[in-house]
Ligand binder design. Structure first.
Ligand SMILES: Nc1ncnc2c1ncn2[C@@H]1O[C@H](COP(=O)(O)OP(=O)(O)OP(=O)(O)O)[C@@H](O)[C@H]1O
Ligand SMILES: [Mg+2]
Ligand SMILES: [Zn+2]
Length: 512
């Protein structure tokens, strides 16, 4: 045997592509050549794989070895091809039955001692392998749980290259295969729901706004003095969002798999994610990037969940600007010379800010010496890029102890609010059947005006606000979208004057 093949998967963004690894052993001076756009890590792979093979008590062929990875046009990054390359070389050298690697996808890095090491992105890689008809995958033990999330795939998790070789020669399956993980329901998701909306006391308007945003997917800004409960409220938004449906769970888990943020044995993520990057975060940390391996950023890690920018005006201007693209398109496109990676990034944005940089007071009261111009400039950092995309603006006032004690009797739990949100989402889904949108916030302006008008006459207050110059045409669309969410929560077939009025005041950000 001079030529043998094995398969692996390359990732571009969160999509996997099947890669064929060919190894050819020919007469000639001992040398190893890798062809097919290998990056630095792949060139290093040559030495790593040689050491791994030798330390697995296998023979390294003393001939001219050519390893090709195809399709050549795909950028192949990272160390996940190690196992496939080693297996192809061993098969080409007749150390393994020539056709034994057929129908199998190998995805693992090799240690110098021949150990199999886990790699990021196993979930989308196994999805791609299954789609290409390979229904057996070999991964490192640390990736086994993740690989098993894909139905209908046999997962072989091995500790070492030697174990894989023995198995391919007809020996025992490396590690006793544990039964596949239970994928029914969301029991596998991490229990993130230990926070509850009922803990936020007093802020009834803000709580209602959070409910409306959860229902329709609207972006929210929370403005208020320190200690009013902005952070508290934002952190509880995910607790009133519906669980992810199976397709969204797979999508979200894939993103976290590629990012390497998936806890081992976590299973499918079925809770909407909550991502709260610090204000010192770089642009790459927020929207994704990196030079060799492109990783998703916070905007993608928050996909189908909440991206929370606490102390929003403190973020770098270019970081805030970079969020425009995902806010508009629902995805992040990162272009590099060799490739273009797309990561989904459809999230609900929540901004929190103090009204002034000294963070002392909301109304120029005790301890705040900031001039009105300073305050305007401070919040102005948000206005252009982001506030444009915010449909619901809330000004929180501090709550006093008495209000808190009194309110304790009336606050609703997350479960109660989540049930209303779920019912509203159902109405929305029903109305939007056959369209590409699932949430009111996603409906484009033209479509909204054509297909989803409010009750006749209900737009009168809106017309008035436009005449007064309080609302722009673009703002009017946003108001109607929010009004739809208010109506969906109330179980009304269409928004009327009341719903439009609520939406106007939420858009203007005036406290009532
Ligand atoms: N509405 C509220 N109900 C109950 N507790 C509250 C409320 N607001 C604030 N608290 C208490 O104050 C603490 C601080 O609240 P939180 O961090 O949400 O304030 P913040 O508005 O984000 O302030 P900052 O501007 O300083 O970040 C909370 O941990 C909670 O104990
Ligand atoms: Mg805070
Ligand atoms: Zn101040």
């Amino acid at each position: 045997m001079a030529l043998a093949r094995a398969h692996s998967v390359a990732l571009v963004g969160v999509r996997g592509y099947l890669i064929e690894v060919e190894a050819d052993i020919a007469q000639g001076l001992p040398a190893t050549i890798l062809v097919g756009l290998p990056d630095t890590a792949l060139r290093e792979a040559r030495d790593r794989i040689r050491a791994a093979i030798v330390n697995s008590a296998e023979k390294w062929p003393q001939s001219k070895i050519t390893v090709g990875l195809s399709p050549a046009s795909l950028p192949k990054r990272g160390s996940g091809f190690d196992a496939a390359i080693a297996i192809a070389i061993l098969a080409a050298a007749d150390a393994l039955p020539p056709s034994s690697p057929a129908g199998i996808m190998f995805l693992a890095e090799l240690g110098l001692d021949g150990r199999l090491r886990p790699v990021p992105g196993v979930l989308p890689a196994v999805v791609a392998a299954a789609a290409a008809g390979l229904n057996t995958v070999v991964v490192a033990a640390g990736n086994a749980a993740e690989a098993r999330l894909v139905p209908g795939v046999r997962v072989i998790c091995a500790g070492s290259l030697a174990e894989v070789a023995i198995w391919l020669r007809g020996g025992p399956v490396p590690v006793p295969e544990s039964p596949p993980a239970d994928r029914s329901g969301g029991a596998l998701g991490p229990p993130l729901r230990h926070k509850d909306l009922a803990e936020v006391l007093g802020q009834s308007e803000a709580r209602k706004a959070a409910e409306i945003c959860a229902a329709g997917g609207h972006n929210l800004s929370l403005l208020g003095p320190p200690g009013a409960g902005k952070t508290m409220l934002a952190e509880r938004l995910p607790t009133i969002l519906p669980r992810l449906d199976p397709a969204a769970a797979l999508e979200v888990t894939s993103i976290h798999s590629v990012a390497g943020t998936l806890p081992p044995d976590a299973g499918l993520l079925t809770e909407p994610p909550f991502c709260a990057p610090h204000h010192t975060a770089s642009k790459a940390a927020i929207v994704g990037g990196g030079s060799t391996v492109i990783r998703p950023g916070a905007a993608s890690l928050a996909h189908r969940g909440v991206l929370f920018l606490d102390e929003a005006p403190e973020f770098q201007r270019d970081v805030l600007d970079a969020l425009r693209q995902p806010l508009e398109a629902g995805e992040v496109i990162i272009a590099r010379s060799a490739m273009c990676a797309t990561f989904p990034a459809r999230f609900t944005l929540v901004l929190a800010a103090n009204p002034c940089p000294c963070a002392k007071s909301s109304s120029g009261g005790a301890g705040c010496g900031c001039s009105p111009a300073t305050r305007r400039r401070y919040l102005g950092r948000l206005s252009g890029p982001l506030l444009d995309r915010v449909d619901v603006k809330i000004q929180l006032q501090p709550v006093n102890r008495q209000e808190m004690l009194y309110d304790r009797k009336f606050t609703e739990t997350s479960a109660v609010v989540a049930a209303r949100v779920a019912a509203a989402r159902e109405r929305m889904a029903h109305r939007l059947t056959g369209t590409p949108w699932r949430l009111n916030a996603e409906i484009p302006g033209a479509e909204l005006r054509r297909s989803f008008p409010p009750e006749p006459g209900a737009v009168r207050p809106l017309d008035r606000a436009m005449e007064l110059g309080q609302v722009s045409a673009r703002g009017a669309d946003k108001i109607v979208r929010v009004a739809w969410s208010v109506a969906d929560l109330a179980g009304k077939p269409r928004p009327g004057t009341d719903e439009i009025n609520v939406a106007i005041s939420l858009w203007l950000g005036v406290s009532r």
